[in-house]
Write a protein that binds this ligand. Sequence first.
Ligand SMILES: [Zn+2]
Ligand SMILES: [Zn+2]
Length: 307
Amino acid sequence: MRRVCSRCGKERSEINLPYAKMSLCPLCFQEFYVNRIRRTVREFSMFKPDDRVGVAVSGGKDSVALLHGLCKAFPEADFVALHVDLGIEGYSQHCKVKVEELARNLNVDLFVFDLKEELGFSISDYARSRRGKVCSHCGVIKRHVFEELAERADVKVLATGHNLDDYVALMLNNFFAGNWIQLARLKVVLKPILPRQTVKVKPLIKTPEDENLLYCIYADIPFRDVNCPYAHTSRLRRNREILDFLTKYNPNFKYQALKRFLELIEILDASIKQPELRTCKVCGFPSSGEICAYCRRIEIMVRHDPS
Ligand SMILES: [Zn+2]
Ligand SMILES: [Zn+2]
């Protein structure tokens, strides 16, 4: 028997969504996807429909789907794409091409921070000069650079493409580690503590990862199809597998976990004192110490000149 889309009742269904008890045709799925972004933004008051909003776009399926979905959900808003060229050989150039193509298609302004050009070293240089995993250092550098890009682009709100699966796994990680301060920082809307910080928002927290990929395919969105050479299997991955296992038995598991974690975060936020921040004496951005984690890494690279 031919399965018909549960929304329009006309087209053949291609996408099965067990948690919503629906099977959708490609067109209805795209509408469903965009509507969920719109609802999530409104539910958490992430920004106003006519705000100027920066979107961190790496070129991966989550972030490109986010930018495209936001433009469809809020045609009145002024979205700006922010991209960091990490200079990772065999990877970054490919990512940048995809982001440029998408920005052109959507007619949004694109601001690129090129590490090699602006700082004198790339993540590949950084990896060569240091032993061990480069991801956490790269994360510190990216977080800082996105704040600088946001200033250049004159945006006060920064949207990132964290999806439901990653987000709940990250919550679970911090929960098991008893990392309450980090857990409390996983608020859906993270307000700035000091000047020169943006409001961080996550419009995809209710979107499962595989739906970002499907949206990219059906909406014909360019996205990167090579993996970062430094990516490695992490504890986050393993927790994600546990969550996937539980979701097989209860399709709503991740949504239920998200709901409970968000309640817990409210309680934590009210009772935990976040470490005090001051301004870094080198770059002037917020920092927990005299010199921020970003500037300490820059200093190391300048001392061991990679060239
Ligand atoms: Zn349909
Ligand atoms: Zn600094």
